[in-house]
Design a protein around this ligand. Structure first.
Ligand code: FES
Length: 121
């Protein structure tokens, strides 16, 4: 692990379009819920906070993708987000974005590039 990086999960925990991995992260000094998903072979991570109302997106723990497995969806009012950039493509916050977290996949592991991952509660 490189200095400044923090382990999120084994890479194998993230299947393309599959369940996300929830974690908590220190963001601007505050613990915040976050998640990582894989889409198109790449891993993406975001704060688990809808751009419409600041609530967690997943309709069950780790369920971030809609039925097509091509969009992230908020369980509360159905906002859809592009998993590649977190931009809301449909719903009440269209055009707004999730807050992305930089991640890197290396040696079969997924790391937060900067910041501290806290144990999920
Ligand atoms: S809280 Fe997510 S769409 Fe309204």
């Amino acid at each position: 692990m490189v200095a400044g990086e923090s382990l999120i999960c084994p890479a194998g925990d993230l299947l393309d379009g599959g369940d996300g991995v929830r974690f908590r992260v220190l963001h601007h000094g505050r613990p915040e819920p976050a998640f990582a998903v894989r889409y198109g072979g790449q891993v993406y991570a975001y704060l688990n906070r809808c751009a419409h109302v600041p609530v967690e997106l997943d309709w069950m723990p780790g369920k971030f993708f809609d039925l097509t497995r091509h969009q992230l969806i908020c369980a509360v009012h159905g906002a859809h987000y592009d998993p590649r950039n977190g931009r809301c493509t449909m719903g009440p916050c269209r055009g707004a974005s999730l807050i992305s977290l930089a991640v890197i996949e290396r040696d079969g592991l997924v790391f937060l590039e900067a910041g501290s991952v806290l144990a999920e509660q």
